[in-house]
Design a protein around this ligand. Sequence first.
Ligand code: NAD
Length: 513
Amino acid sequence: MRVMRKEASSKKSTIYTEHLETFNRAADLIGMHPRVRLELEEPDFEHIFYVSLDVRDRLVPLDEDEAARFKDLPASSMKAGDALEPLANGDFVLHRRALLNADITVREGVIRIPKRGLFRMVKGEPRKFKAYRIQHNQVRGPYKGGIRFHKDVSLDLFKTLAAEMTWKTAIADIPFGGAKGGIRIDPQAYSKEEIEHLTLRYMYKLKNLMGPFLDIPAPDVNTNAQIMAMMMRQFTDGQRMPHAFRGVVTGKDVRIGGSEGRLKATGQGVVYCIQEWARDREFQLRGARVLVQGFGNVGSAAAEILHDMGAKIVAVNDANGTIHRDEGLDVPALVEYVHQNPENLKKTVLGFPGAAAISKDDFWKLDADVAIPAALGGEIDGNVAETLRAKVVVEGANGPTTPDGERILAARKIDLIPDIIANAGGVTVSYYEWLQNQRMEHWTEQEVNTRLERAIKSNFAIIRDISRNRPTKTALYDSRPYCIGKEIDMRAAAMVLALKRIEAHYLLEGFSQ
Ligand code: NAD
């Protein structure tokens, strides 16, 4: 074992090997069985494949230099103006119906659209995209994990996120394993219809590997309930009893088998953790100052719930910019501005009336009590951690704090609530959704949240007890089997809980030979 670990450490460091540092630390702390360690060090299966798509014709804006050559080009009138579909990256999809009854002047493939400017017509053609599904571990139940559509995904990233799901489902104590997957694509450059075709193709290729008792996707970055509905349809098409397979994906719309409370569940879980932290620190959340990074599913839900509790969301940073209002933002209005506004194609907080635009650097330096990174990984690095003024970092996103960042936060005595418990609310309610699908039931939002609160708060308390080495039994939880006889940091404590729960399966069930 020692020899093999040495070999591994001589390899170059990647996001996955970095992730394994916490795993190795916790495995050492609990004296994990060497064979179990080997089973968990690498995923069960790494599926890498390609999905192809017929990309539609495009109108792509000309850059300034090129545009000068076409300044005298007469404007074309397209009667079917709505057939020009705007994309978030500034291009338009050119549907053929746009040309019906149109009066058009084209020179060298360039066209002028009134009020929109000069565009090059680019012929659509088939394109292929790299796709992934990493099935990390299923010893505790079916593989479970989100689908991400993003331009920066990689095998290493998905391995990391899939492993995180294995730990997270164990911490949440739900009978699932871990998986993650998606497509390497910039969704802002594609239309809804193109994304639909790609989603269907992705599920088509994975059909044999998916199922309510095999592998269950859910939404992640740039995917949502609509994408889950398409995946479910693709999977159940042709099944004799399609309703029996509704649990093949979670995060569905409530009208087609989704759970009440699922949409906000991850943000809600983040807030339950913050409440537990505040209770322990005797900190008053009413009036607390909060920074939120990412205003998508997780960030906006956490912000809304905290706002309702009387906290002040003083600034929000997203992929396109940062807004700041020292007296606190009007969060319901911001949610409407970002999520219910068809004009806001990028779904950005930028331009929100009544707030000032500031730089990302300044965002992290603002006076605040609670910082919630709820965007992508690696955002709180050493530099950010050096100047952060918050009392606690609550990891809504997966892996938002780098190892450097974490060391500095610890040295500065800033508390950290690690992702595997902080954002476990989503997968926990996904399990409730799956249960409701199996039982053909529909629970109320109150039932869902009562269960979720108990699950998150009791597992959070176990992790805190492990961290402080305070074995305790209460009416709600028992941390005695998990404490290891010394104090450790919260991230290691969370991993100890996960690994002890996972290892029990191998030790009690043994290995098939
Ligand atoms: P989303 O696509 O709904 O929103 C992502 C948000 O992050 C957007 O506001 C986007 O503008 C912002 N963002 C992207 N790149 C950024 C950058 N470089 N700087 C600042 N902001 C940036 O995604 P989501 O579902 O809210 O997921 C956010 C994070 O939470 C991810 O790390 C995801 O893995 C994690 N997570 C999500 C769930 C869930 O249920 N959705 C569950 C667990 C964990």
